[in-house]
Ligand binder design. Structure first.
Ligand code: ATP
Length: 284
């Protein structure tokens, strides 16, 4: 038997850092939306009790450092599974980009192995297990549009946002999320209005959504990598309804109602960066 799971990327329409907690994590408020830029994972049973990961992407570790491996081991240990699995990863989401590619692969692994091994684990339990693997994994288990709080483990589902074209641009550099959080000026941080954004999503009011979109990590990433600001500026010049950095960056996305605008942004930025995509926000 073979199980295929799609692992979509996410973008942050809102991200605010409230404070640093005593356990060292930051208390966050985020609005996440899935987009149809996806990895695909194929799961098949192995006779031998081992986890074997294969991919064409030569930059990814295939051992315990891979989020897919971590998810499979977590599931095997918690539910005492003594079966082997072969996992083929078709990687399309840019790595270390702020698009939660690794987290989405981990979440797809939890969903896929739940099916392959007929475990019957509830979504709630998968979310809890996901929180032990990484902060973005709980959201990725469910996807769609969500208001996410805590360090990523508390999910509140929101109505699906009005569907838009999304132009995703990843400059050729990797950003370590940890280093951005370390350099964050918590006392002088400019907070984004995530609650206002949530309200606008409930009302289905796209122009209010745009007004309240923001990312409190953006200024810190821009200080280190000014290209992020240049991409944003170009997107707005080419006619984006709005443009924002996703996660800790360096990926920037533009939202457009009209496909012609999205195409203009795509054409305008294709010469500037190698990795440019036009996708759609995902509906349920
Ligand atoms: P997030 O938005 O959740 O912080 P990200 O998009 O910034 O995630 P990832 O693409 O998840 O970053 O990659 C972060 C690190 O995780 C990379 O250094 C990469 O080597 C490692 N990694 C491990 N497994 C995977 C995987 N399956 N896919 C991508 N990266 C992985």
């Amino acid at each position: 038997m073979e199980i295929i799971e799609k692992a979509p990327a996410k973008i942050n329409l809102g991200l605010d850092v409230l404070y640093k907690r005593e356990d060292g994590y930051h208390e966050l408020e985020m609005v996440m939306v899935s987009v149809d830029l996806s990895d695909h994972l194929t799961f098949s049973s192995l006779e031998k009790d081992e986890i074997k990961i294969e991919t064409e992407n030569s930059f990814l570790p295939l051992d315990m450092r891979n989020h897919i491996y971590k998810a499979a081991i977590a599931l095997k240990e918690k539910y005492h599974i003594q079966q082997g699995v072969h996992i083929y990863l078709d990687k399309k989401i840019p790595v270390a980009a702020g698009l939660a590619g690794g987290s989405s692969d981990a979440a797809a692994t939890l969903r896929g192995l739940n099916k392959l091994w007929h475990l019957g684990i509830s979504q709630e339990e998968l979310v809890a297990l996901g929180a032990e693997i990484g902060s973005d994994v709980p959201y990725c288990v469910c996807g769609n549009t969500a208001f996410v709080t805590g360090r990523g483990e508390t999910l509140h589902f929101l109505p699906t946002v009005p569907q838009r074209w999304v132009v995703i641009v990843k400059p050729r550099l990797s950003v370590s999320t940890g280093s951005i959080f370390k350099e964050l000026p918590l006392h002088s941080l400019e907070h984004s209005n995530v609650k206002g954004l949530v309200e606008a999503i409930h009302q289905g009011n796209f122009s209010e959504m745009v007004k309240n979109m923001g990312n409190s990590l953006e200024a810190t990433t821009i200080t280190k990598h000014p290209v992020v600001a240049q991409i944003k500026e170009k997107m707005l010049q080419f006619g984006a309804d709005t443009a924002l950095m996703s996660g800790s960056g360096p990926t920037v996305f533009a939202l457009c109602e009209k496909y012609s605008r999205a195409q203009r942004i795509y054409n305008g930025l294709k010469g500037f960066c190698d990795e440019v995509y036009i996708v759609r926000t995902l509906n349920k």
